[in-house]
Design a protein around this ligand. Structure first.
Ligand SMILES: [Zn+2]
Length: 203
């Protein structure tokens, strides 16, 4: 499995929930290009590579439609980042912040389907493939499900201050600290090791 650094445009999907992974896209930027968004959809398995290959050229062939959906994408991501940051800090947030989620839920038609997941079943939303907004439907739905879980939903941020990616802590102990042990966890371990073994400490 490839591991990307948290600063790469589409971080390795580590959050465990679609809406959190979406909030983590290009974490250091307020922008997101059409290409980055389509790549995220592929990484998140919302669209196939074939489908992505048909979506990418829309930037040139249907620039107005792409611009319109990119505005919604950024609006949704900004509200999700603010909401998840509040939830991770266990702070309340204004009700108006969910409006971009409702906006997507309102315009995307679809239905639920049962899919097998880790030995049991879960309900997955399947949007009607109509216009470009349908691409956002599953993300908005995932965000809505997290909000319905309420303040006890284990939404956390990576303890690495230069990372701060969101993740859903469904570890058994509920004490997961890192977006990824392979990236931030190991970095922390190495730094702690170096601190313990630095010559200055020993003197
Ligand atoms: Zn991290």
């Amino acid at each position: 499995m490839a591991t990307r650094s948290p600063s790469s445009p589409t971080p390795h999907l580590v959050a465990g929930r679609l809406a959190l992974d979406f909030a983590n896209t290009s974490p250091t930027s307020r922008n997101l290009s059409w290409d980055e968004y389509v790549s995220f959809l592929v990484d998140a398995r919302l669209v196939s590579e074939d489908r992505a290959a048909r979506l990418r050229p829309l930037l040139l062939s249907e620039p107005h439609a792409v611009d319109a959906v990119l505005l919604r994408i950024l609006r949704l991501r900004e509200s999700l980042r603010a909401i998840f940051a509040s939830l991770a800090d266990e702070k309340p947030f204004p009700g108006s912040w969910v409006e971009p989620i409702n906006e997507i839920l309102r315009i995307t038609e679809g239905h639920d389907e049962l899919v097998p997941r880790e030995g049991s079943w879960s309900l997955h939303f399947v949007a009607r493939e109509n216009g470009l907004e349908w691409l956002l439907a599953a993300i908005a739905r995932s965000a809505a499900e997290l909000l319905v879980e309420g303040p006890r939903a284990p939404i956390r941020r990576c303890a690495n201050p230069s990372c701060r990616l969101f993740f859903y802590d469904d570890s058994r102990t509920h004490r997961r600290r890192w977006c990824s042990m392979a990236v931030c966890g190991n970095r922390h371990k190495v730094a702690a090791y170096l601190r313990r073994h630095s010559p200055r400490r020993r003197n």
